[in-house]
Design a protein. Structure first.
Length: 201
């Protein structure tokens, strides 16, 4: 569309070599802004991950990676063609056009490298998010395991004394309930001391 507009206004390419050079240049002309936007978006996600990783960042990061992959899929073949084209022996491609094509090829090469860097940063950030979420899950499971470990013996004792059969000690004693509560508190304290000694707390 840019070339069509330039041709209508009488300032477009006047030869086949110039048309090819202009077309190659226009194909990558707007990539710098797109790559800057991708890089800034990755920066924002990285900062958010450092503060507190959430599933929202994972979704956004996956979208950014997908966009970088799609752009690279288009740019990589263009890079290969632009690198090879200036060395082709054709009469209609002048020296000036060859130099301009080499310059466009260098820019395309830099853009592909930038996309590779963006993909690598996204992969590292994705791994960091996964590690952070996994660490959060491990801490929660650890806390639940400690709580279950504390209440398991207490539940066993109270369940055993709650059986409605004859012979349960302390049924006739009015102070048995207080003694039981004291024993349960002592058992809990002993468990906490054991956990601390084992460095589980």
């Amino acid at each position: 569309e840019d070339i069509q507009t330039a041709l209508r206004e009488g300032r477009g390419p006047a030869a086949v070599g110039e048309l090819l050079t202009e077309l190659a240049d226009r194909l990558v002309a707007r990539m710098a802004g797109v790559l800057d936007g991708l890089s800034e978006a990755i920066d924002e996600v990285e900062e958010a991950v450092l503060e507190a990783p959430t599933s929202r960042e994972r979704t956004r990061l996956a979208d950014l990676r997908r966009e970088a992959i799609i752009l690279r899929r288009y740019l990589a073949p263009q890079r290969d063609v632009l690198v090879r084209l200036p060395s082709e022996r054709v009469d209609w491609l002048g020296e000036t056009s060859r130099l301009q094509l080499r310059e466009t090829a260098d820019r395309t090469l830099r853009y592909v490298e930038d996309l590779d860097a963006i993909r690598e940063r996204a992969a590292v950030t994705q791994e960091q998010i996964s590690n952070g979420l996994s660490e959060q899950m491990n801490r929660r499971m650890y806390a639940l395991s400690i709580i279950a470990g504390i209440f398991l013996p207490l539940s066993f004792v109270t369940g055993l004394l709650g059986v409605n059969v004859a012979g349960i000690p302390g049924v006739e004693d009015t102070g048995a309930f207080r003694i039981l509560c004291g024993l349960l508190v002592a058992l809990t304290a002993a468990q906490l001391l054991l956990f601390r000694r084992l460095r589980w707390l």
